[in-house]
Design a protein around this ligand. Structure first.
Ligand code: UDP
Length: 346
């Protein structure tokens, strides 16, 4: 018996594809949408191979209202949506803020309108980010959901903050709407099958794809940005969370929206492990876990980097009954397995 239909926007993306797999495994019917602006149809094949069934899917742009409306016409049984589809390159957002406001905000506004227009009341799970906390005050670490939201340092971060505020206002206005905003820390790794994973275009900006590409010989060496930060080894600290653990939290959020009738209609959860790792610690874990040589050197600090942030995930642990438990070495091995698969390395 199906637990209901869930719309996944950005289903071919990194977190979207892993979440689609977990939703199907948990007994949901899914319809995926994506415009492949930063993803590949190969991911859909990967999802179908893992789950062993065809994935209902529509190629469309969520920032085009008429296109987006078609998915609700074809699938009137959508009970909840998970909204991943968005532009996410911080640097690009500084250069092209309007692209980010247009795309990320338009698609959200249409999703809310389409989810509420017949008074039907569909839930929305929104992809937010720990970037909303900015550089946390040290006494606020590990950071919990009630820590202050700091002014965004990029238009990308601003779209996440604005989206949360828009959703909050709309929950007040539309009594049938229920929302869960999930603030992700640093998602890494790939499905154990290596049939889906992260596919950065061009030179990776994020640490783990840069590490795996360096290990694969595509990049000469990893540059560690800054070793003079006020941390034990001088490198920045983050909370790295396995993408499959993260995906399962989305299933728990949909379960909560659809099954817990008296839950608050707007809720926020941090999704992290609760443990901070420095860049150097992560690099050493990778070398240890994979046995692969990883050339690296120290480079100047990267503009805009936060020194240290990690989650207090207790609220998600308690309320969603979810915990990120995969050991970091397993996570890094999954990232390496995926990179080898993509590059055809034995
Ligand atoms: N980092 C690095 N070299 C790289 C890419 C990232 O040293 O080639 C560092 C970066 O400065 C930060 C950490 O790795 O301290 C995580 O960076 P990422 O871009 O993955 O995530 P975010 O900055 O969004 O937390």
């Amino acid at each position: 018996m199906s637990k209901g239909r869930v719309l996944v926007t950005g289903a071919a993306g990194y977190i979207g594809s892993h979440t689609t797999v977990e939703l199907i495994n948990a007994g949901y019917d899914v319809v995926g949408v994506d415009n492949f602006s930063n993803s590949s149809p190969d991911m859909l094949k990967g999802i179908e191979q893992i789950t062993g069934r065809p994935l209902p899917f529509m190629e469309l742009d969520c920032s085009d209202r008429d296109q987006f409306a078609k998915v609700f016409e074809r699938y009137p049984d959508i009970a909840a949506s998970i909204h991943f589809a968005a532009c996410k390159a911080v640097g690009e957002s500084v250069q092209q803020p309007l692209k980010y406001f247009e795309n990320n905000l338009r698609s959200l506004l249409y999703l809310i309108e389409l989810s509420t227009r017949d008074g039907h009341g569909r839930g929305i799970v929104f992809s937010s980010s720990c970037t909303v906390y900015g550089e946390p005050d040290p006494e606020n670490l590990p950071i919990s959901e009630n820590a202050p939201v700091k002014p965004a340092t990029s238009p990308y971060g601003r779209t996440k903050q604005m989206s949360e505020e828009i959703l909050h206002d709309c929950v007040t206005a539309y009594p049938s709407l229920k929302v869960i905003a999930l603030r992700y820390f640093n998602p890494i790794g790939a499905h154990p099958s290596a049939l889906i994973g992260e596919m950065p275009l061009g030179v990776p900006q994020n640490l783990v794809p840069y590490i795996t590409q360096t290990a694969a010989g595509i990049r000469k060496e990893l540059r560690i940005f800054g070793n003079d930060y006020p941390t034990p080894d001088g490198t920045c600290i983050r909370d790295y969370i396995y993408v499959c653990d993260l995906a399962k939290a989305h299933v728990a959020a949909v379960d909560r929206i659809l099954q817990v009738k008296d839950s608050d209609r707007y809720e926020i959860f941090n999704l992290g492990t609760g443990t901070g790792l420095s860049v150097l610690e992560l690099v050493n874990h990778f070398i240890q876990a994979t046995g692969v040589n990883l050339p690296y050197s120290y480079a100047p600090r990267r503009a805009g980097d936060i020194v240290k942030v990690w989650a207090n995930p207790e609220k998600a642990n308690k309320v969603l009954g979810w915990k990120a438990g995969t050991p970091i070495d397993d996570v890094l091995r999954s990232a390496w397995k995926w990179e080898k698969k993509v590059r055809g390395i034995q």
